[in-house]
Design a protein. Structure first.
Length: 124
């Protein structure tokens, strides 16, 4: 996990204009109905910043195959998803997972979500 974190820190920083980001895009803020995304909730952390922040979702919500689909779907000529952005997003997965685990001793669901995110983000 430390290697993933260090790699994210070493990735080139976002130099583009700040973009609108959710800032807290994890499973507890996703509403699914009949196996499809129905809504994204809790925009309390919405801000402008590095779009890699919202790629936390790649490691909090998806397995390897679905992460590849997410990355391809997010790709555009206006905003390419380069390797640096992807690495920073993975770092956000580690950061968020640690934050949730360290503050969720009294909430088994959130603790489990944090641990799962850490396990996925740290896996090779």
């Amino acid at each position: 996990m430390a290697t993933v974190w260090e790699t994210a820190l070493e990735a080139p920083k976002w130099v583009g204009r700040p973009m609108w980001i959710h800032g807290d895009l994890h499973p507890a803020n996703i509403v699914v109905h009949e196996d499809e995304l129905a809504a994204v909730i809790d925009f309390g952390d919405i801000t402008g910043g590095d779009p890699a922040t919202d790629f936390l979702a790649a490691w909090a919500l998806f397995g390897a195959e679905d992460r590849a689909v997410l990355r391809a779907a997010a790709e555009s000529s206006v905003r390419p998803v380069d390797d640096a952005m992807w690495l920073r997003g993975r770092g956000w997965g580690v950061s968020h997972g640690l934050a949730v685990v360290s503050s969720s001793a009294d909430n088994a669901c959130m603790y489990s979500m944090g641990m799962q995110t850490l396990e996925i983000a740290a896996a090779r």
